[in-house]
Write a protein that binds this ligand. Structure first.
Ligand SMILES: [Mg+2]
Length: 325
């Protein structure tokens, strides 16, 4: 489904004000929202927000040039799949070849032939749509290799129904890295991505083949623990918590990474509960773990203690965990 209000974003990186003026005017009727920046640092600042669908990149810029920008884009898993069309003022083919070898998908030579530029832009947007679609269909999170949110949305109700049918125990853990935004802000996004990938490896090492480990987005993860009593889910969660806490990162050796975990588990033949409500109970426990000081696991048993945050000292009326970091 295409939403009318949100056009795909085009990030234009060029040091020339004339290029911004020209393309701003000439791309006005294209189905893109143009974001203009004049340097590499500005570009990476802009890339901290929602990822653009396509990047137009000038090769010849003072300071960090387009080649270096390309290298850095391709080094960051979260950005490496954005199609980059290079703007080249150079007549020779060497730079185009170098740029394409660095991962650019296309180039346009200055001065621009506008119909050609528009056509190449549309082609890049098509590629972006296909890559996005492929990632969604694959139900895999591109950064960590864990299952993605689409997979979770399908798996969780199915696993609940299965456990209901066979009277099996089932647990769910919601995991959120503590103060993750600080890592991105202090050490940069590559450092943040590294932490997310390392955390995913810790999770993958601890879970069993019958579990489902997903990255919901950002620094929030979830693990569905099949045929698992809440106490056993807690033991596994503790191993994940100590696992990430014991890692050292080369980019920030003095900064320890910790995680807060909320669990809601149901023993064999426990009461029936809707998947959404069950997830919410785990999410409330995550919030209780955050407000309780972070770097901890809060676990409750479905059908006991009135649900959510029991034993965590946070009491009733806790809000959604989304607000806590
Ligand atoms: Mg230039």
């Amino acid at each position: 489904v295409c939403s009318e209000e949100s056009k795909p974003k085009l990030l234009l990186i060029d040091d020339s004000v004339d290029v911004h003026r020209l393309l701003g005017a000439r791309l006005k009727h294209e189905p893109v929202e143009v974001i203009s920046v004049c340097s590499a640092p500005e570009a990476f600042e802009a890339l901290k927000g929602a990822a653009p669908a396509v990047i137009l990149l000038d090769l010849d810029m003072p300071g960090t040039d387009g080649f270096e920008v390309l290298r850095r884009l391709k080094d960051e898993p979260a950005l490496s799949n954005i199609p980059v069309v290079v703007l080249s003022g150079l007549a020779g083919s060497e730079d185009k070849v170098a740029a394409i070898d660095l991962g650019a998908i296309d180039y346009v030579t200055k001065p621009f032939d506008m119909p050609e530029l528009r056509a190449r832009l549309r082609s890049a947007l098509r590629l972006n749509r296909l890559l996005t679609l492929l990632a969604e269909r694959a139900e895999v999170d591109g950064l960590t290799g864990l299952a993605n949110r689409a997979n979770f949305n399908k798996s969780w109700p199915a696993r609940v129904a299965e456990a209901d049918r066979y009277g099996q125990p089932l647990s769910i853990a919601v995991l959120d890295l503590d103060h993750f935004k600080r890592i991105n802000d202090t050490y940069g996004h590559p450092a943040g991505d590294e932490v997310l990938q390392a955390f995913a490896r810790v999770i993958a090492k601890e879970v069993r083949k019958t579990d489902v480990a997903c990255r919901l987005g950002g620094e929030e993860f979830v693990v569905i623990l099949g045929n698992t009593e809440p106490e056993d889910a807690k033991l596994l969660a503790e191993r994940i918590r100590t696992g990430i806490g014991s890692l050292t990162f080369a980019r920030h050796p003095d900064h320890q990474v910790t995680v807060s975990i909320g669990i809601a588990g149901r023993p064999a033949k426990g009461p029936v509960i809707a998947p959404e409500q069950w997830f919410e109970m785990a999410d409330k426990n995550l919030y209780a773990a955050k407000t309780g000081g972070r770097n901890r696991v809060v676990c409750t048993t479905v059908g006991q203690g009135g649900g959510g945050a029991a034993g965590a000292g946070a009491g009733a009326g806790v809000g959604p965990a989304k607000k806590a970091a």
